[in-house]
Write a protein that binds this ligand. Structure first.
Ligand code: FMN
Length: 209
């Protein structure tokens, strides 16, 4: 119930109060929710880039339809996928899982072979779509956690990914931007904050067969 109340309260905030900062511990919890999001095989082929630099945020805004959320929100998160996915990602993941769970790597061999038979064999286009879709799960977790903490967000696809990658030097990190998320507090002036939530009725959206 609390979660549903929070989801009814949240909206894609257009105007943030630029004077209000999300406390570090609250923001850390919001990012933690994104980190805990599930991913295909558990590979976590993503990174969440927090743009602290005021200058970089101004530059990102220029290639993000001049959306004020980019510079005015307390924080800007660029949710990224890896540029590619390789057998090396599988190897590292298996090694790490064995370490965390105190197992022999060999015990995970069946799982490893299954992943090796899939991940490296995908086309680059397929990998991009596959990793990108998973990034949106993390986005959902981040936004829901923020709402539960009474923190506003605005997910944004309205930007030029190639330009954002260039501005933030993401290529050098082996990353591609997927979606932006502004995190902060709504301005009392944001007229969208007063607008009634528009959602189709459950009877139209949910199908029982
Ligand atoms: C993937 C995605 C991309 C979006 N891109 C933008 C954007 O660039 N700018 C913006 O103001 N809102 C953006 N939105 C917000 C949607 O317009 C908004 O979530 C939708 O209208 C539903 O309204 P609500 O979230 O306020 O309930 C985006 C939402 C999603 C999920």
């Amino acid at each position: 119930m609390e979660l549903l109340q929070a989801l009814n309260w949240r909206y894609a905030t257009k105007t943030f109060d630029a004077t209000k900062k999300v406390p570090d511990d609250v923001f850390a919890n919001i990012l933690e929710a994104a980190r805990l999001a599930p991913s295909s095989y558990g590979l976590e082929l993503w990174k969440f880039v927090v743009v602290d630099s005021v200058e970089l945020r101004a530059k990102v805004r220029e290639v993000a339809w001049n959306q004020g959320q980019v510079t005015d929100a307390s924080h800007l998160v660029v949710l990224c996928r890896q540029a590619t996915a390789t057998a090396d990602d599988v190897e590292k993941f298996v090694k790490y899982t064995a370490e965390v769970r105190g197992m022999e790597v060999s015990m995970l061999d069946g799982y490893k072979q299954m992943m090796l038979g899939d991940v490296p064999n995908r086309t680059e286009e397929n990998k991009a779509a596959w990793m990108g879709k998973q990034v949106y799960i993390a986005l959902g977790f981040l936004m829901a956690a923020a709402a539960e903490a009474g923190v506003d967000t605005c997910p944004m696809e309205g930007f030029d990914p190639a330009k954002v990658d260039e501005i933030l030097g993401l290529e050098a990190r082996g990353l591609k931007s997927v979606v932006l998320c502004a995190v902060g507090y709504r301005s009392a002036e944001d007229k969208y904050g007063m607008a009634k939530k528009v959602r189709k009725p459950a009877s139209e959206v949910i199908i029982h067969i």
